[in-house]
Write a protein that binds this ligand. Structure first.
Ligand SMILES: [Zn+2]
Length: 133
């Protein structure tokens, strides 16, 4: 499979995941339930009791993931999907397969984590400021 074909598949994964997350955030967990492969009344009960306790925390995590996925889908539309935001090099497919919404290659991700910034644009801004002054 070529890189372009692989990227297309990842795009489908992202869109499917986004739709499931959106539905889940609206309170309909059936989509996520399908994704996790659970079924039957016992699974319903287990999910309900688990979700009851952690709904707000889950919603927080899910809405953050949803924001990242939305961003990745926006990058698909601008043709930037699969390129590292830090160094502009193509992000290795293995990394994208593990994390389709990844914005940075592993090298830049480590650089970002070591910098203490949350976002590459903040790191870039800080670097720009320091050059400026
Ligand atoms: Zn990079």
């Amino acid at each position: 499979m070529s890189r372009n074909e692989a990227l297309k598949e990842l795009q489908n994964v992202l869109v499917t995941r986004r739709n499931a997350l959106r539905a889940a955030l609206k309170g309909d967990l059936s989509c996520l339930r399908e994704l996790t492969g659970a079924s039957g009344e016992l699974a319903d009960f287990a999910l309900d009791s688990v979700c009851g306790e952690t709904t707000s925390r889950m919603a927080e995590v899910e809405s953050m993931e949803l924001a990242h996925i939305d961003e990745a889908i926006a990058r698909i539309n601008t043709g930037d999907f699969g390129a590292c935001q830090g160094c502009d090099k193509p992000i290795p497919l293995a990394r994208l397969e593990a994390l389709p919404q990844a914005r940075l290659c592993i090298k830049c991700q480590i650089k970002l984590e070591n910098s203490g910034f949350k976002d590459w644009s903040e790191l870039a801004d800080a670097a720009y400021d320091s050059i400026d002054s």
